[in-house]
Design a protein around this ligand. Structure first.
Ligand SMILES: *[C@@H]1O[C@H](CO)[C@@H](O)[C@H](O)[C@H]1NC(C)=O
Ligand SMILES: *[C@@H]1O[C@H](CO)[C@@H](O)[C@H](O)[C@H]1NC(C)=O
Ligand SMILES: *[C@@H]1O[C@H](CO)[C@@H](O)[C@H](O)[C@H]1NC(C)=O
Ligand SMILES: *[C@@H]1O[C@H](CO)[C@@H](O)[C@H](O)[C@H]1NC(C)=O
Ligand SMILES: *[C@@H]1O[C@H](CO)[C@@H](O)[C@H](O)[C@H]1NC(C)=O
Ligand SMILES: *[C@@H]1O[C@H](CO)[C@@H](O)[C@H](O)[C@H]1NC(C)=O
Length: 254
């Protein structure tokens, strides 16, 4: 009686080791509660000691949204959509939760990381805030009117001629999804957020080699950070083709 229990357990362990690699317990996927599955190469910020995924791809959860920290900015951007097959994601402008007013206080330049970068699906728009003087007939952002001061948004490259910089208190330029802009209302288009793409090829060579062999890139957060390649049977120092030659740290996750 007691022994019969052990055999199925052994099978269970075996099949989980050989299961779909993305389900590898070393690289667990997670969900912040809004139904977007977060998978490699993103990872949860709580995995601080050793993480499975790319540097800078750490996420936190807030209000059931996965939040990405873009390098160079202190803001966190909610992830609205991820497509793992074409390696793209859509971020929302966090200040814009309930179709209120665009309140972006700084430019967003999307070149800050070599791994996550600008998508060809974006176009730039420029906001001019709190202008004390303006051409009389241009539509302005109604919800940003303060007394006689008005604010405007235009597609970059299609800014009506006027000395905006002189008469407006501030200006910022941000990316917006191109299709979202084509429906006319730039403020509503802005609510759709912006796209980013990531690129495996931009990861370092050792990570590429690991992925090409079916593994997942993993880093320990020490200084210097140590690279591991997580394979279905355990971890390796280079890639999963080394099976059998590794230094004996296999099955550490089971
Ligand atoms: C990002 O920050 C670094 C360090 O502060 C700075 O050197 C770099 O120019 C910044 N990049 C952008 C695009 O602002
Ligand atoms: C990837 O797919 C998403 C839809 O999931 C789409 O919005 C995006 O434009 C695509 N990106 C590229 C670079 O094809
Ligand atoms: C992801 O992108 C691919 C390629 O662009 C597309 O075929 C697929 O429908 C997209 N998936 C989702 C969930 O949008
Ligand atoms: C953006 O990246 C491109 C290509 O890597 C580089 O030529 C350019 O100088 C970068 N711009 C900024 C603002 O970092
Ligand atoms: C991103 O790509 C789009 C389309 O290629 C381009 O218009 C825009 O200037 C690029 N830069 C930023 C920061 O969005
Ligand atoms: C515009 O002016 C109002 C009133 O002075 C101020 O509350 C608001 O923060 C300003 N907006 C920007 C984007 O500077």
């Amino acid at each position: 009686m007691g022994y019969s229990l052990l055999i199925p357990l052994g099978f269970l362990l075996f099949s989980s080791i050989n299961g779909d690699s993305i389900q590898d317990p070393a690289c667990p996927s997670f969900d912040c509660g809004n139904g977007i599955t977060i998978d490699y190469p993103f990872w949860h910020q709580n995995q601080q000691i050793e993480h499975c995924g790319y540097p800078g791809f750490d996420l936190s959860c807030a209000d059931q949204n996965p939040m990405l920290h873009l390098s160079n900015y202190t803001d966190l951007y909610p992830i609205k959509h991820i497509n793992y097959s074409n390696k793209s994601l859509i971020l929302a402008y966090s200040g814009l939760k309930s179709a209120t007013c665009p309140t972006i206080t700084h430019d967003i330049t999307l070149n800050t990381s070599s791994l996550l970068f600008n998508s060809s699906g974006n176009k730039l728009v420029r906001f001019f805030y709190n202008c004390s003087l303006y051409p009389p007939s241009l539509p302005h952002i109604q919800c940003l009117q303060y007394g006689a001061k008005r604010s405007y948004v235009f597609k970059e490259g299609a800014i009506p001629e006027f000395d905006w910089n002189r008469y407006c208190a501030s200006t910022v330029v941000v990316p917006v999804i191109e299709e979202a802009m084509d429906h006319g209302d730039l403020v509503q288009g802005f609510d759709q957020g912006f796209k980013l793409t990531w690129n495996q090829a931009a990861a370092d060579g050792v990570c590429q080699s690991c992925e090409a062999s079916g593994g997942f890139c993993s880093y320990s957060n020490g200084l210097p950070s140590t690279f591991f390649c997580i394979c279905s049977y355990g971890r390796e120092s280079i890639n999963c083709h080394n099976h059998g030659n590794s230094s004996g740290v296999q099955c550490i996750f089971f």
